[in-house]
Design a binder for this molecule. Structure first.
Ligand SMILES: [Zn+2]
Length: 275
């Protein structure tokens, strides 16, 4: 990971990451940003500084310092997090340029398991695949990489659609949900937020593909209490019927289909090419 972020890294550098010399991530970020709000650049004169996640935690944003930003309390508002807001604009921009290390971490784990399961498997680097893909005259896309790696020599017919499989989480496995909080002796299993861990309510299941009264479609991403749930669209954003609340009453939703832990969608090729 360190090498991906800084290709010329050597020796001690591996132990001296971005935060070397800083006691906490928060301190590092504040210092890097000169203890100044990066939205208003100090114009509001608000002395209360917050650490903002550019890609929100709810969207899987990490605590990597590149995802953190110093923002004053005046700028760090709910409204600024919403579409049209200043923090939302940063998020959208970051999404475009963000190269998450999550994929690399995932591959590091998966690669080892794959080699164990398929000892005859061969290893191919992305650089080679890029060259081979160019020979086949295929645009850059994950599925075209897969086609290229197969060793095929000629493409007889180009697909117009690809099928995407997306696996949903089976459980909410955050450690903090299972571990006693500071000062507690036993896990807080009675806590209200554990209502989110429900897998079904009133005939709805987690991940169900549902339709809102206004025609919007998405997947149930979690429940809130007995009669409300959250619905996320394919792009990962919450669907809402009111600008105030993200949760939606189950009574107004229509199930299109149950899907267990898998979401299968057919996507037109041209809409799914990587930049
Ligand atoms: Zn500010």
């Amino acid at each position: 990971m360190a090498k991906m972020k800084q290709p010329d890294i050597t020796g001690l550098g591996y132990q001296q990451g971005d935060k070397y010399g800083y006691e906490t991530t928060k301190q590092y970020v504040l210092d890097r940003d000169n203890y100044t709000c990066q939205i208003c650049h100090g114009k509001t004169k608000d002395p209360e500084l917050k650490i903002h996640h550019i890609i929100y935690r709810s969207n899987g944003g990490t605590n990597q310092v590149s995802n953190l930003l110093t923002v004053c309390a005046t700028c760090h508002t709910q409204a600024n997090h919403q579409p049209g807001g200043k923090l939302y604009a940063l998020l959208a921009k970051k999404f475009q340029s963000y190269r998450s290390l999550k994929g690399a971490t995932f591959m590091n784990i998966l690669r080892r398991r794959l080699f164990k399961a398929f000892p005859e498997a061969k290893f191919q680097y992305g650089a080679q695949t890029t060259l081979d893909r160019a020979k086949l005259d295929l645009p850059k896309a994950h599925y075209n990489d897969a086609v290229t790696i197969s060793g095929i020599q000629k493409i007889a017919q180009r697909p117009t659609a690809v099928v995407m499989f997306h696996q949903f989480r089976k459980k909410k496995c955050s450690l903090h949900e299972a571990t006693a909080r500071k000062g507690r002796k036993i896990p807080n299993i009675m806590s209200k937020r554990n209502a989110k861990n429900k897998k079904f309510s009133k005939g709805f299941y987690l991940n169900d593909y549902v339709q809102l009264p206004d025609g919007q479609k998405g997947n149930v991403s979690g429940f809130s209490g007995k009669i409300k749930c959250f619905v996320k669209a394919g792009d990962g954003y919450y669907l809402a019927i009111s600008s105030k609340y993200k949760h939606i009453n189950l009574s107004i939703l229509k199930v299109i289909r149950h899907q267990n832990n898998w979401n299968v969608t057919e996507i037109e090729v041209k809409t799914h090419q990587m930049a």
